[in-house]
Design a protein around this ligand. Structure first.
Ligand code: OAD
Length: 268
């Protein structure tokens, strides 16, 4: 049986040889920053599962409850920083230019890492495609205006919920909820890159929410390799040629730091 360090070395070599890389992340990459995952031990908020709160029906039924949950998540995330895994990925994507980070996370920590690592440079190459949106973006339920807001949420009554600055309609989180469509531009960018990528690295996702969970399958079907970093097995494990049973902070920096990258063109 291979040890974790053998698997890390195999992953490092695949990454070093790959011309294009797509990285799919989920809540697990932010767990060591202190952001609770959705389906782990801390995943339940009060007695609710995410599917019971992250839906248009839940918001119509009880907007205060849904906003209370998002207010709690916003407060948690506001106190968190990118960890060594976010930073190593950002450094690699900025230096390499052929890596697309695609995240299901709404915590903004990949973007924070990109800006931190870029300093005075343009962070664009390390900015992620945020498939499910961002906790600090709001959208008006009446006029659809979208804006950024990081002030504390008061969900104690309908009258205190956030409202639209232009039409005073009720605001909702600008997040893709269960039963809603993802931004088509984001989806096509992620899936095109998955098809071209020599390697798809899947970090910290349970792989049960579509369409994100299909990104690794697209790379595998096109002949690329899949590397999974997750302490637990998932439905994506069967697609993976390298499975690293470890937390992201221990595995991501050694894989992505210090690797040299070959010239463009599919290889693996
Ligand atoms: P989940 O909470 O479903 O899965 C988190 C995964 O991270 C699990 O497979 C864990 O084993 C793994 N994990 C835990 N700690 C880790 C660590 N330190 N390093 C690496 N992996 C670790 O989260 P997602 O798969 O991201 O959608 O959930 C997908 C979507 O479902 C979310 O984007 C969210 C949720 O409902 C919306 O809110 C729309």
């Amino acid at each position: 049986m291979e040890t974790c360090s053998d698997e890390i070395e195999r992953a490092r070599r695949l990454i070093a040889a790959a011309s294009r890389i797509v990285v799919l992340t989920g809540a697990g990459i932010s767990a060591e920053s202190g952001v609770p995952t959705f389906r782990g031990a801390e995943g339940l908020w009060k007695q609710y599962r995410p599917e019971q709160l992250a839906s248009p029906e839940a918001f119509v039924d009880n907007p205060c409850l849904v906003w209370e949950w998002y207010g709690w998540r916003r407060d948690k995330v506001a106190a968190c920083q990118p960890n060594a895994a976010h930073l190593a990925l950002a450094r690699f994507a900025l230096g390499h230019g052929k890596t697309l980070i695609v995240t299901q996370n709404v915590d903004g920590l990949h973007a924070d890492a990109a800006r931190e690592v870029a300093g005075d440079r343009d962070p664009a190459a390390a900015l992620p495609v945020e498939l499910h949106g961002n906790l600090f973006s709001l959208r008006c339920t009446a006029c659809q205006h979208v804006w950024r807001d990081s002030t504390a949420i008061d969900a104690s009554s309908l009258d205190t919920l956030p409202i639209c600055p232009s039409c005073r309609g009720l605001a909702r989180p600008h997040i893709v909820w269960f039963g809603e469509s993802l931004d088509s531009g984001h989806v096509s960018r992620a899936f095109c890159e998955a098809e071209l990528a020599a390697v798809c690295v899947v970090i910290g996702t349970s792989g049960v929410v579509q369409p994100a969970a299909s990104i690794a399958a697209v790379t595998a079907q096109a002949g690329g390799e899949v590397i999974e970093i997750n302490p637990d097995e998932t439905p994506l494990t069967a697609l993976s040629s390298v499975s690293i049973r470890s937390g992201a902070v221990a595995a991501v920096p050694p894989i992505f730091e210090g690797t040299s990258v070959s010239a463009p063109g599919r290889d693996s």
